[in-house]
Structures are given as C-alpha cells and as structure tokens.
Design a protein around this ligand. Structure first.
Ligand SMILES: Cc1cc2nc3c(=O)[nH]c(=O)nc-3n(C[C@H](O)[C@H](O)[C@H](O)COP(=O)(O)OP(=O)(O)OC[C@H]3O[C@@H](n4cnc5c(N)ncnc54)[C@H](O)[C@@H]3O)c2cc1C
Length: 447
C-alpha cells in the first residue's frame, strides 16, 4: 500500500495511548456516520509496543492521593473491565500496605474511594494488618505495617498482549498502523497556528488533527510544537518558581525473580492482589544480613506468567543528565545506559524476603537480564493532557500511563469536540495558575 499523503487524523505512537485513542476515535467516527477508522493513521517509528508500554509492569490501580487522578483511574478501570480477556487484563485487585507515616494519606484515599463508589477495604493497626495479610499469604512477615488498603478492583495486564489486541481491534475498524516511520516535524502553513502536515522520513502527510502519544519522546515533540523548554510554576504555597525545566527523566527500576509463578500464589491457590509495600522498617540483605536502608523504601510485585516469575519494581531514581542530553534511544532494556541496577536487584529481592518468608535466600534466582527503562516527567510529576496549535492533542502521562487506557478515549472525545471534565485538572496552564495536585508522603513521584 502506498504511503499516505493525507489523513484526517494522524496519531503518533503505537503505545497504549496512541492505540486506545485510535480505538475510540474509529468507533465514534463510525457511530456518527461522519467517517471511519479509514480516516486515521497511526505512525510509529519502530514497532507496536516499542516504547514504555511494551516494558510496563502492567499494574492497574486506583490508589492515588490526588482526587483528580483517582477519578480518572476509576474511568480507566471501567475500560479495562469492559473486555478483560480481550485486553489480557487480570482483575485480581491491588493492595497498598504501609507503615505509620502513610496511614493518614491512605485512609483519606480509602474515604474518597468510598465517596466515588470504588470498592475497597481499609484495615488499620499493626496486629490487624498482619492478621489480614496472613489470611492471604500465611508466610507474611513484614514488620511495622499499620495499614492495608485493599482495592477490590484493578490488578494487572500483560503489556505486549494487550497492545497487540488493541492493534487488532483498531485495524479491524479500518485504522492503518504504519510502523518504521519516524516523525521529524510538524508543519504549519501560511502563518496559521494549526498544523497542516506531519513531516516524516517517508514524506509529508497533510492532516486535520494530530494526536501525540509519544511516551518518553514527548520532550522532542514539545520542541517540534515550539512549546517552552522552561516554564514558571506557582507552587501549592503560592510561591513562584521561574525557569523550571519542563521535562526531567527518571529511571524506572523493575525486574523478575525467575521462579515458578505458582510459588507466588495466595493461600487459597488463586492469584493474590498486586502487592505494593511502602515502609520505613529497616531493610536487611537476604544475601548476608547487612543493613540496606533504614529510610523509607517501597516495592511492588505479583506472580506473572507473561514475565515468567515474580515480577515487580521499586522506587525510581532521577536521571541527572541534563534533559536535552538524555539519549532515549535505544530504549528500555536495549539502552546501554538506562537499565535496572545491581543495587536494585539486591534491594528488591531482599524486600520480597522482608515481606514473605518464601522469598528468603532467593537472590540467585534473580533474572540477570537488562530490564526497566526511563520515563519523562512533568514539573509536578502529573500528566498533561491538552491541546495546542488549534489541532494538536498531547498525551504526556508523566509515566502514570499504562493503567490509563481510558485517557485515549477521553482525548478522542475531545478531538471530536466534546470537552471532558475528567481531563480538566491536567491542562498545561495549571503550572502558571498554581492549580497543582496535592502531594502525598509516598516515596514515589507518581502517587
Ligand atoms: C519499566 C516501566 C514500568 C512501568 N510500569 C507501569 C505500570 O505497572 N503501570 C502503569 O500504569 N504504568 C507503568 N509504566 C508507565 C507506562 O508504561 C507509560 O506511562 C505508558 O506506557 C506510556 O504510554 P505511551 O503510549 O504514551 O508511550 P509509549 O508506550 O512509549 O509509546 C510511544 C511510541 O511513540 C513512538 N515514537 C516516539 N517518537 C516517535 C517519532 N518521532 N515518530 C514516530 N513514532 C515515535 C515510540 O517508538 C513508541 O512506540 C511503566 C513504565 C516503565 C518504563
């Protein structure tokens, strides 16, 4: 098939956001009789799942301290639940297990989940928490845990399987996904603000609307849109900060304990919820008993047949390289620079053993293969979902995004003219206005 010279809707990036936008857009165009999937092309410089979506742990949760994030996640969980087997989604639930410093924050999350009708249970007190956890895993042994938030919805999905399923869905609707095409620029015409054509290494494509879901590459598209590299941020106390870098990178640390995933099952022989522990209990090495840290640490994990073991991660760390010099390609495990560290492996496996006796002494089973990848974050570490140049929608999820399968649907609705209240708290002008999201006591930049 010839390379197109025109397409009404050009979506850049075949990750979770690009494909879920294409899905909804194609369905709505067809329903309205105003077009079809044939009016949409998805441009992808590598292949489907080549970016962050292809290496995501796949965790789907509601557990956010920020009300706007929780409402958005509840919408996305509805989308996951609309086709669990088709989307390779496992609705096993999710648990936030915390030490005292986070109890109040998590209680408020629980209370707000009740207010929006998101099913969850909250257990408080050290003995009660241990008792509850031993009802799920009889070898539970984490000390100093004083609260457990058990979300009955959420769980995890198998990233590449989900993405290929999404690609099949959109292609069946007539959408053309073109891989191996790199977008080089966005062209205006006759001094108009709107983007008239997407410039690629295979030629220009004239378009009506552009949707950018470029994951960690959003920095480069921001430049193509002539948006500012540095911005002014009004913080939650009303103080003004000038010259703040628009983007920064963090390295996400994840890995796999290569054992039979069956070993990770719950007492009842079923799949347990995804486990997420944040605690300030001292952490000791499962290799030699030495102290790893007595500061706040956090991990998450689940048995995962897709990864072939117990898969999970820990808090990310900041990439100190100046933002414009960060080499994003080759991405993920292929990167010579940005992969999970040996320190991560030691910490994470020791933390598994801290939580459950069955993982004690399992360091030799850690899968010593490159894993993890970088993510591009905004100044407040929350997403930007907004429209620029009259006809360009940007989905910059600040690395919250695998679980946010519904965001592409909302963006598709906006592209078709229906503003979405759920996206309002994520506009770019919040930095200047000081409408920032509240900050929690979690050790992660994204909770
Ligand atoms: C290790 C890791 C674990 C994670 N785990 C989770 C998790 O458990 N749960 C969760 O919710 N989130 C998780 N995330 C975050 C999540 O993966 C991302 O937020 C999300 O996948 C981003 O999706 P996207 O579609 O915006 O970008 P991507 O999936 O990165 O897709 C962008 C695509 O754009 C393409 N592209 C880039 N530049 C160009 C160009 N010039 N021309 C054409 N194509 C281009 C890329 O090749 C890529 O395929 C994790 C992230 C990482 C790195």
């Amino acid at each position: 098939m010839a390379f197109p010279t025109q397409s009404n809707y050009v979506i850049i990036g075949a990750g979770i956001h690009g494909l879920s936008t294409a899905w909804r857009l194609a369905e709505r165009l067809e329903e309205s009789g105003k077009g079809s999937g044939k009016d949409i092309v998805v441009l992808e410089k590598s292949g489907i799942a080549a970016g962050a979506s292809g290496i995501a742990c796949g965790v789907v949760r509601n557990n956010y301290f920020q009300p706007a994030m929780r409402k958005l996640m509840a919408h996305s969980v509805d989308v996951w639940e609309s086709d669990p087997s088709g989307l390779s989604y496992h609705p096993v639930g999710y648990m936030q297990i915390s030490s005292e410093s986070m109890r109040e924050d998590v209680r408020s999350i629980y209370e707000q989940q009740q207010a929006i009708g998101y099913e969850s249970e909250f257990i408080e007190g050290e003995q009660q928490s241990t008792h509850y956890m031993r009802g799920i895993f009889d070898d539970w042994q984490a000390k100093g845990i004083t609260s457990v938030l058990h979300e009955k919805r959420g769980g995890f999905s198998n990233q590449t399987k989900t993405l290929y399923a999404l690609a099949d869905k959109v292609e069946a609707l007539g959408v053309r996904i073109i891989t191996g095409v790199q977008v080089k620029g966005l062209k205006t015409q006759d001094s108009a603000a709107a983007i008239a054509a997407v410039e690629t290494d295979k030629g220009d494509i004239a378009c009506e609307q552009v949707i950018i879901g470029a994951g960690p590459w959003v920095r480069d598209f921001w430049d193509m849109l002539d948006l500012p590299k540095q911005i002014t941020v009004k913080d939650l106390s009303g103080d003004i900060h000038n010259g703040v870098d628009m983007w920064r990178y963090w390295q996400l640390e994840e890995g796999v304990l290569q054992i039979d995933p069956e070993i990770g099952k719950a007492n009842d022989g079923g799949l347990a919820p995804v486990i997420h522990v944040d605690t300030d209990a001292p952490l000791y090495s499962t290799v030699d008993g030495s102290k790893i840290t007595d500061e706040m640490w956090g991990i998450y994990y689940k048995p995962d047949w897709h990864f072939g073991g117990i898969q999970g991660g820990a808090s990310p760390y900041k990439v100190e390289t100046p933002v414009d010099e960060v080499q994003i390609d080759p991405y993920g495990p292929s990167s010579p620079e940005f992969v999970s560290s040996p320190e991560f492996a030691h910490m994470w496996v020791s933390a598994l053993a801290h939580c459950q006796k069955r993982y004690e002494g399992m360091m030799p089973k850690y899968h010593r293969e490159a894993s993890g990848g970088i993510g591009c974050f905004t100044p407040d570490s929350f997403p930007i979902f907004d429209h620029f140049h009259e006809n360009v929608a940007v989905i910059a999820d600040s690395n919250h995004g695998w679980k946010m399968i519904g965001v592409g649907h909302l963006i598709a609705d906006e592209v078709l003219g229906d503003k979405q209240d759920l996206l309002e708290p994520f506009r770019f002008d919040r930095f200047e206005k000081g409408d920032l999201h509240p900050v929690s006591n979690s050790p992660y930049p994204w909770s």
